[in-house]
Design a binder for this molecule. Structure first.
Ligand code: GLP
Length: 259
């Protein structure tokens, strides 16, 4: 794992945006895995800004990690809607190649299998963007998700439902299930980029980077991925035991040239 620690959330967001921009500049037909959540909003705003400055998404294919079961694409709290508002409406991505699982599919289990197949047909994911749940989830792979899991329907934990409560009018409206890429699906991406900011993520970050490889912290599975970059602000990095070492290896979050 490459752990990059930046002074501020703004600097972390800018660093993560730079990695995405570099990926699609080097490979204009890149397949991106995309994430949702509050952490990603300023990152997508930065990507929109980079697009206004000339970054092109026209050749990009994207696959989002997850969608709530029961919410159609036009539901105001769906991740379909989130992605349009935060990113797709503001860039030149071909909407036909911007994929999310269909939360309102008649058979959501079949939809999960179909979605996994679409990722394979696209040749797999070049760069998978990830946020981090404060309970250590990635996508909606809640604690004790199999580290060998594929795209499927997961039951959300009460803590995840509470964390996402702010986006819904009433508590009863927060979905109980989601279709999510599995942990093994995520690990098949050729590179992963996890962004976490703020003190609420500090414990989960420490468990992911320095804790035991365990299904109780699904993000710890990234320890087995050969090309994962974790971008953090100082607050999210607070509980890392080897923080000083990561900063020595990557001063100000930069790639160090051997010298
Ligand atoms: C949500 C999403 C995840 C996201 C995480 C953190 O439940 N399914 O993909 O990374 O929780 O969200 P936030 O960035 O709002 O803390």
């Amino acid at each position: 794992m490459k752990v990059l620690i930046l002074d501020t959330a703004e600097a972390a967001i800018s660093r993560a945006a730079g990695i995405i921009a570099q990926t699609i500049t080097q490979k204009p037909r890149a397949v991106l895995g995309l994430a949702t959540g509050g952490t990603m909003l300023p990152l997508y705003a930065r990507l929109c800004q980079l697009h206004a400055e000339g970054l092109r998404f026209a050749g990009v294919t994207s696959f989002n990690l997850d969608e709530y079961v029961g919410l159609g694409a036009d539901h105001p709290c769906s991740y379909h809607r989130y992605m349009r508002a935060a990113l797709f409406d503001h860039i030149d991505i071909d909407r036909a190649r911007a994929h999310l699982p269909k939360g309102d599919a008649r058979d959501v289990h079949c939809e999960a299998i179909r979605y996994e197949g679409r990722i394979a047909e696209a040749g797999g994911i070049d760069l998978q963007l990830l946020g981090l749940g404060s309970n250590g989830h990635i996508g909606f792979n809640e604690p004790t998700s199999s580290l060998g899991s594929r795209t499927r329907v997961k039951t959300l934990t009460e803590s995840t439902r509470q964390a996402n409560r702010i986006y819904f009018e009433r508590e009863a409206d927060v979905p109980r299930f989601a279709i999510t890429m599995g942990v093994a699906t995520i690990l098949e991406a050729r590179a992963c980029l996890l962004l976490a900011t703020g003190p609420a993520k500090a414990q989960a970050v420490a468990a992911m980077v320095e804790g035991a490889l365990s299904a109780i912290c699904p993000a710890s599975a990234l320890q087995q991925h050969p090309a994962t970059t974790v971008v953090l602000d100082r607050a999210a990095a607070r509980d890392l035991r080897l923080g000083a070492y990561y900063e020595h290896v990557h001063p100000e979050g930069q790639d160090r040239v051997l010298a």
